[in-house]
Design a binder for this molecule. Structure first.
Ligand code: TRP
Length: 337
């Protein structure tokens, strides 16, 4: 987007990702690859949700580097600053400003019922901070600030999206039409890529078992090795079946990476052993990620460029966000001259 305004004809899509670890195969197939293919069709806003990531204790220097790396990974995956607005959430103060006003229109009961809040509270029992409970309200602010039409999210964020819709509807009813009520967009393919070590669980970038994930910036040897070690199932047939979560996951990965339907993948590998199949999947993934890794290294060697793109993105985002925020402040009765 060259202008500081969005094209009024196109729908607005917005999504964010927390900068922890690196972008995994699961994030890539479930999110970033879809964003990349949507960016020409929509007015797109993609941001690094660094404030959300602070709900868990982080080592500051490492966190800063991880967030910077994420921005380079966005670029390496083909997110294009000429088409999409890309920035760090913390660089656009309107997010947290709107969050406060939304906080005053969200019930503690709603926030404390969120599944992720309950899960994270159990997991980080020594750090149940206010931010953990307020996390979905910040996410609602992210979304509503830009009058987003479509919000691509994983299935685990669906409840948060519904809360954002509830908050928008409540606010609109109370103060008059202010926010666009957004729709979720859960992509059909690649929405659930599972762990290579526990194929019943989602692949997570914060998994402590290195063998469970592959990253878009891993080298070929690492990727192939992880796939060789992937957990498979009993039997020997290569097909998608409920009692074969390991093989099903590998078929889904190969299908998404190669752009082939699942049935075609089953045919292609019919009669072959698990070992051969695992190597083939690993090699396909490695081949796909090789140019991404190379682009990533190129961007990481040019921090000035990253800084420039991020500053430009933040400036554009702030301009758009300010329009909504001004309207909101007026609606709730804050003084302005
Ligand atoms: N909570 C999302 C996640 O962890 C990231 C996120 C933050 C987000 N703000 C958002 C996603 C707004 C979509 C829209 O996946």
């Amino acid at each position: 987007m060259a202008e500081n305004t969005l094209n009024e004809q196109k729908k607005i899509i917005l999504s964010g990702i927390q900068p922890t670890g690196t972008i995994t195969l699961g994030n890539y197939l479930g999110a970033v690859k879809n964003w990349q293919s949507m960016q020409s069709q929509f007015d797109s806003i993609f941001f690094i949700a660094d404030l959300h990531a602070l709900t868990v204790r982080r080592e500051p220097a490492e966190f800063r580097q991880t967030a910077l790396n994420f921005f380079a990974q966005f670029l390496a995956c083909g997110l294009d600053p000429n088409q999409a607005i890309m920035y760090f959430q913390s660089h656009v103060h309107q997010h947290t400003e709107l969050q406060w006003i939304l906080n005053c229109n969200t019930y503690v009961g709603e926030a404390s019922r969120m599944t992720q809040f309950k899960d994270k509270s159990a997991k980080h029992a020594d750090n149940i901070n206010m931010g953990l409970m307020d996390y979905p309200v910040l996410m609602a602010a992210d979304i509503l600030l830009f009058q987003s039409d479509l919000v691509p999210v994983g299935i685990d964020q669906k409840q948060h999206l519904e809360l954002a819709r509830d908050i928008a509807i409540r606010f609109n009813n109370r103060y008059g039409d202010t926010f666009k009520v957004p729709d979720g967009y859960i992509p059909k393919t690649g929405a659930k890529i599972c762990s290579l070590q526990d194929p019943t669980a989602k692949m997570s970038k914060s998994d402590t078992d290195q063998n469970a994930t592959v990253s878009i910036i891993d080298d070929e040897a690492t990727i192939v090795r992880r796939f060789k070690r992937a957990v498979t199932d009993s039997g020997s047939e290569i097909c998608v079946r409920e009692d074969k979560p390991g093989i099903t996951n590998l078929i889904n990965i190969y299908s998404a990476i190669e752009g082939k339907p699942v049935e075609a993948v089953e045919k292609e590998f019919a009669g072959q052993g698990y070992g051969t199949f695992k190597i083939a999947v690993g090699e396909a993934v490695a081949a796909k990620f090789k140019p991404i890794r190379e682009e990533y290294m190129r961007y990481m060697a040019d921090k000035a460029y990253i800084a420039e793109v991020a500053a430009d993105g933040a400036q554009k985002a702030a301009g758009l966000a300010e329009r909504t925020l001004k309207k909101v402040k007026k609606k709730v009765g804050l003084v302005s001259f």
